[in-house]
Design a binder for this molecule. Structure first.
Ligand code: SF4
Ligand code: SF4
Length: 224
């Protein structure tokens, strides 16, 4: 899922300064699960925005909502109602959600309250780690299900760089060496032979260097 982090409070205050009536929208999907931009966070942020800063002309008025998926243009256009005389939207969605709102409401500024950080998974309660870079050409088949693109600091493809110590990456003791994990897992799976297979090259053309990527598939599925 997409993991995000609330922006620094002062940055959010600065970005909403000057607006009088703000619609604050939490997103009910990824950012709810990673505890950064859901309903609870939207209300807590709004409370803080209302109470804490010293606004020159008093605090703006806020209306808080949570929308299930801000990144779906047709849902947003159909179901999201913007209260009359709203002059800005503060979105707690990821960047895709913010841009979808901007497209749906071309006359309103849409301000992000979240820094979208990575595609990750829950390691343990309260801790998410990056697990995928969305590179468009997944190699997990060959690496025992552990991604060196996302989890190796140097993105090396043919074994450890030599900097690991005690199974940890040289960048931090908090980070497992991805290649150590790959090798351990290949051993456990009885597939250590795979480690001997060299990657010649990876197709990076799917990674996005050619501009924004697009996925398209038929949506007229039969109902049964
Ligand atoms: S190889 Fe690419 S698509 Fe597969 S997990 Fe790694 S970054 Fe994601
Ligand atoms: S120590 Fe391991 S994870 Fe870190 S950069 Fe080297 S190979 Fe990659």
């Amino acid at each position: 899922m997409i993991v995000g982090t609330l922006k620094p409070f002062e940055e959010i205050v600065s970005s909403i300064t000057g607006y009088k009536k703000i619609l604050v929208i939490g997103c009910g999907s990824c950012v709810t699960v990673c505890l950064s931009g859901g309903d609870r966070e939207a209300h807590a942020l709004t409370q803080d925005l209302y109470n804490k800063p010293q606004y020159k002309d008093g605090p703006p008025s806020f209306h808080v909502e949570t929308f299930q998926r801000q990144c779906e243009l047709d849902l947003v256009k159909t179901y999201l109602e913007v209260p009359e005389s709203t002059d800005a939207i503060l979105s707690l969605a990821c960047g895709a959600g913010v841009q979808t709102l901007a497209e749906a409401f071309p006359d309103l500024p849409v301000i992000p309250a979240i820094n979208t950080t990575f595609l990750g998974a829950l390691d343990e309660p309260g801790t998410w780690r990056e697990k995928c870079r969305g590179c468009g050409d997944c190699i997990l088949t060959y690496t025992a299900g552990i991604c060196p693109v996302a989890r190796c600091a140097k993105r090396v493809f043919n074994g450890p760089c030599g900097g690991s110590s005690g199974g940890k990456c040289e960048v931090s003791e908090d980070v497992d060496c991805a290649w150590q994990v790959i090798i351990d897992r290949l051993k456990a799976l009885g597939r250590l032979d795979d480690y001997e297979k060299l990657f010649t090259f990876k197709d990076w053309s799917a990674h996005g260097a050619g501009g924004p990527r697009k996925a398209r598939r038929a949506t007229n599925y039969p109902l049964d």
